[in-house]
Write a protein that binds this ligand. Structure first.
Ligand SMILES: CC(C)(COP(=O)(O)OP(=O)(O)OC[C@H]1O[C@@H](n2cnc3c(N)ncnc32)[C@H](O)[C@@H]1OP(=O)(O)O)[C@@H](O)C(=O)NCCC(=O)NCCS
Length: 182
């Protein structure tokens, strides 16, 4: 695969300082999502988020609107192994973004990929003039909470950012926020 300027290779060997890729794990490429990725994005989103996956039509329109900050991990063999999506308001309404999706395929977790996706999208948002980033997280999602806190996100508002019924009855969420100008 030809790398775009903003693409980067990411193999487990890099994270752990090995000198060669493991034979059974081809390096992943972190790149901007393409229109042709949409079927595979739908598959991955459903696999990870199940009943709260985005409907296909919405995923498509999110790509239509926010492709610059829609990043995927491509295994080069037809599969996407993770994605992150940030949606940004027009500057006139406040230069801020929301992370609307982050996931890594189950069999690729705990290898630094979630952190890599987040670090890259935050770098691009900062470069593009975004000043604040917010996201929601399920209060029991310890892995995501620890990841976000380690990246500098902190709870917004009282009760450690807890918003009861945020997505509807029984669907509480915590709101976290990161100031990119700090
Ligand atoms: C959250 C998620 C994206 C993390 O991806 P990942 O590639 O496994 O994460 P990383 O390997 O980059 O880990 C980064 C940090 O996250 C935290 N973390 C990740 N998985 C964890 C786990 N199972 N238990 C505890 N902490 C965890 C750790 O702080 C870790 O840092 P460390 O490796 O220095 O300890 C992944 O678990 C996922 O896709 N979950 C399902 C979807 C989801 O919950 N998305 C977030 C919605 S808000």
């Amino acid at each position: 695969m030809t790398a775009e300027p903003l693409e980067r290779s990411w193999g487990r060997h890099e994270r752990y300082g090995r000198t060669a890729p493991l034979p059974d794990t081809p390096p992943l490429v972190l790149r901007t999502a393409r229109e042709s990725d949409l079927p595979e994005l739908r598959r991955l989103d459903r696999e990870v988020f199940r009943e709260v996956a985005y409907p296909g039509f919405l995923l498509r329109q999110l790509w239509d609107m926010y492709a610059e900050h829609f990043l995927v991990l491509d295994d080069g063999a037809g599969r996407l192994r993770g994605y992150v999506l940030a949606a940004t308001r027009t500057p006139a309404l406040g230069p801020d973004s929301w992370i609307l999706g982050l996931c890594v395929a189950r069999d690729r977790r705990r290898g630094g990929l979630g952190r890599e996706l987040m670090t890259e999208v935050l770098e691009r948002l900062r470069r593009d003039g975004v000043e604040r980033v917010r996201l929601t997280v399920e209060p029991a999602n310890r892995a995501a909470l620890l990841l976000y806190r380690s990246l500098g996100f902190s709870p917004e508002g009282p009760d450690a950012g807890l918003r009861r019924d945020y997505f509807g009855p029984g669907m509480d969420r915590r709101i976290l926020r990161l100031d990119l100008t700090a």
